[in-house]
Structure formats: structure tokens, C-alpha cells
Design a protein around this ligand. Structure first.
Ligand code: 3BY
Ligand code: FES
Ligand code: FE
Length: 411
């Protein structure tokens, strides 16, 4: 309770336009509050439909203390289940991903149907009721090839996001893709530092030589202001929308998500060193237009995305500790694209592999400096870091709302 009050006080008195107080980035108790109030309550992007195309395909992940399994059931529906056996709690699925006709606990072989129902439990007493011992369900939604879960007992409304994002994603048919490559890196910094870094391109010119060949550093591209008034961006939206691609800037009612389609530098097609396409088969069969740029989508606190004409790069953020964050990147290509024929992994992944590593170093240096007792919140650049301010505002408002609902009143 003390921590909640302290956090509330700091959020209420924080200086807007400045980075957060040190405790938000390093304190284990503050981190626990982030978990309880955001990560265990809000919708989280976990992976893609295309990763589990057939019944029995599954993948696992860890959200804070919760091990989760995402599985395609016999009817073809995507389900999320708590990966904790109803016998004595062992993890049931131990692999990162796999395929299985039933979910069998490795400890004493209790056997579950793909929808979580308990089918067999050896030598249990007559009065044992399997129906009372299903794997616990987790709320799960899919939209445009993206799977989201919520650990909340009463999840927040997913509809505003679905209603807005569905049309933007539909032409890209991400349900008909495959993961050509996947990387997971661990960054030694708080999850909010990963986001703050992502929400601006003030750092790009000095740090991302590969990305800057094709991605514009203009704040109107990465940030949340000014895109409407930029004639080049306006012309891009018009051209893309005429080709059937929703493109104009949209932001959710609480600022949790936004999408917009942005032109790349000099009509570049993709994030390659040459700016040419990395994949010969277009991602979206019905998009004939070239130069469609990148559809940018973020959804706090788990994902930012770049969807190009020829491939998509999706990012998933998961907190591992107060100062440790996992970032998983997936490169999606048309499921018919053949490696070595239509694309090479080197061309496809080079720019973002480098960019991710550069951002990891930035976040880790940022975390080092913030650990110093000499650190104090510093001013964001209004011109270049409007997106960072927007993220910090979203975080602060979200935490204020939650803490005000659950904390003891301030004295
Ligand atoms: O991935 C991104 O969207 C951001 C934008 C600018 C820098 N960073 C790589
Ligand atoms: Fe799963 Fe015993 S803990 S079968
Ligand atoms: Fe960066």
C-alpha cells in the first residue's frame, strides 16, 4: 500500500515533458506494480496465427509469473491456457513451441484436450471429477493475424482496437504468412526504457546507419504529431488509399495504439541496404502498388510493427525483471515465398538485426546512467520526442487510474 501511495504521489506531481523519476526504471516494487496493474490486466500481443496453423500446434511464453500456452484446438480456434497442471502445478508444455495431439503433463502424465479439458488422470479415486480440473483458460482474441491475450479476470474492452486495426491489416493478409526468421534478445533495462527508445527517432541518425538508408528520421513519421500537416505524407496516404490500403494516421481513444502508413526515403520498397524489396513475392497478393512504404502499428505495452509491401517485421516486448526486458522480432513473408529463391535471410534480416542491437546498447547505456543517484528526470525535446511524451503520458494515466481504483486514499 505504501508503494502504491508513493507511486501515486510521484505520478501526480511528475513534471510533464520530463523523463520519469528513477524509481520507475529500477525499483523492484515499482516493477511489481507495473506487472499487477498493466501486464496482468491489459491486452498483450503474444504471437501470430500463422505460427500455429494446424490443430495441436502450440507455443509458450512467460508473462511475469504466469507461464502461458497458446494452442490451436481441434476445431481450429486459437486458445490461451495457463500452463500450470491442475494436479500439482507442473508446467505442462515445456518447449518454446511444438505440436501435440494432446497436452500431456510430463510429471504424472495427466492428459488434457487441446481446449484444456482434462481427459485422463491415472489412478485417481472414484469421486475425482476431471471436469473440475481443466487447464485454466486465459482470454484470447485474434485480429488480422495477431493473437492477443489478457490475464485479467474481467478483460478490458478489445473492441475499439479491433474495430480500428482490422481494416488496416486486412489487405496484408498476415494470416497467410510464415515466420521466415525470429530473434529474441534481452536488454538490460526496464521495459519502459525500451519503449521510450522506440518512440523517437531523435537518436536515429547517430545510431542507425543501416536503418537510416530507408527510414525517415522526421518526427512526423515516428511521433504522434504533425503527420496530417506534412504534404509528402498526405500525398502518400492519398495514393495508398486509392490502391485500397487504409493509411491515414489513427490513434486509439486512450493513446494505447496508433497506426499510420509512412513513405520510405526516395521511394525505397523495403528495409534493405539497397532499398529494394527483400522478398520477390509480395506479402499481400492483391496489392499491386509499389512504394507503399511502411504501415506502422504500436499497441502498448507489447508491440510495435512495420508492415511493408514485401514483408512484415513484428516486435514483442516482455518484461523479465525490473531492469531486464525481452524483445522478440519476427520477419513474416508470404507463405509461398521460398528461401534462397524469393529471398535470402541475410538481405531480409540484416537491417533490423543491426538496428535491434544498436537499440539494445542504447537502452543499456540509458539504464546505466539512470541507476546513478545523480540522475534526475530530464526534458524531452518537444520537436523530436513527442512520441516518448505520449508513451509516458499513457503509462502515467493508466497507472494513475488503476492505482486510484485500488490504493488507499492519499492522506
Ligand atoms: O521501430 C521504430 O518504429 C522506431 C522508430 C524510429 C526508431 N525506431 C527504430
Ligand atoms: Fe501434472 Fe502431476 S503435476 S500430472
Ligand atoms: Fe532505435
Amino acid at each position: 500500500m505504501d508503494i502504491q501511495n508513493e507511486m501515486l504521489r510521484k505520478l501526480k506531481t511528475r513534471r510533464e515533458g520530463y523523463s520519469l523519476d528513477r524509481a520507475f526504471y529500477i525499483d523492484p516494487d515499482y516493477y511489481r506494480q507495473d506487472l499487477e496493474n498493466i501486464w496482468y490486466k491489459d491486452w498483450l500481443f503474444v504471437g501470430h496465427d500463422c505460427e500455429i496453423p494446424r490443430p495441436g500446434n502450440y507455443f509458450t511464453l512467460q508473462v511475469g509469473d504466469y507461464p502461458i500456452v497458446i494452442v490451436r484446438d481441434r476445431q481450429g480456434a486459437v486458445r490461451a491456457l495457463h500452463n500450470s497442471c491442475r494436479h500439482r502445478g507442473s508446467r505442462v508444455c515445456t518447449q518454446h513451441k511444438g505440436s501435440s495431439a494432446k497436452l500431456v503433463c510430463p510429471y504424472h502424465q495427466w492428459t488434457y484436450e487441446l481446449d484444456g479439458r482434462l481427459l485422463f488422470a491415472r489412478q485417481m479415486p472414484e469421486d475425482f471429477d476431471p471436469a473440475q480440473h481443466s487447464l485454466k483458460p486465459v482470454s484470447c482474441e485474434t485480429v488480422g493475424g495477431y493473437i492477443f491475450i489478457s490475464l485479467a479476470e474481467r478483460p478490458m474492452d478489445f473492441q475499439p482496437f479491433r474495430d480500428t486495426v482490422a481494416a488496416y491489416l486486412a489487405p496484408h493478409r498476415l494470416g497467410e504468412t510464415k515466420v521466415a526468421y525470429e530473434s529474441t534478445i534481452v536488454e538490460k533495462g526496464n521495459w519502459k526504457l525500451v519503449w521510450e527508445n522506440n518512440r523517437e527517432c531523435y537518436h536515429c541518425a547517430a545510431n542507425h546507419p543501416e536503418l537510416c538508408r530507408t527510414y525517415p528520421e522526421a518526427p512526423t513519421v515516428t511521433g504522434v504529431q504533425g503527420a496530417m500537416d506534412d504534404p509528402e505524407i498526405g500525398a502518400h496516404w492519398e495514393r495508398c488509399e486509392a490502391a485500397g490500403l487504409p493509411s491515414a494516421f489513427k490513434i486509439g481513444p486512450t493513446g494505447q495504439f496508433r497506426m499510420t502508413r509512412m513513405p520510405l526515403i526516395n521511394g525505397a520498397e523495403s528495409y534493405t541496404m539497397s532499398g529494394e524489396k527483400a522478398v520477390r513475392k509480395q506479402l499481400s497478393g492483391d496489392i499491386s502498388a509499389n512504394g507503399v512504404g511502411t504501415l506502422l502499428l504500436f499497441h502498448y505495452p507489447t508491440t510495435w510493427n512495420h508492415i511493408l509491401g514485401d514483408h512484415a517485421i513484428t516486435f514483442r516486448v516482455l518484461p523479465l525483471g525490473p531492469e531486464l526486458t525481452q524483445v522478440t522480432t519476427k520477419w513474416l513473408v508470404s507463405k509461398d515465398a521460398v528461401e534462397g529463391v524469393d529471398y535470402t535471410l541475410e538481405d531480409l534480416t540484416h537491417v533490423w538485426t543491426e538496428t535491434n542491437d544498436q537499440d539494445r546498447q542504447i537502452v543499456e547505456e540509458n539504464a546505466f546512467g539512470i541507476r546513478s543517484p545523480a540522475y534526475e528526470p530530464g526534458p524531452y525535446s518537444a520537436e523530436h520526442e513527442g512520441g516518448v511524451m505520449q508513451f509516458v503520458d499513457w503509462y502515467s494515466r493508466f497507472m494513475l487510474d488503476r492505482l486510484q481504483g485500488s490504493a488507499a486514499p492519499l492522506s
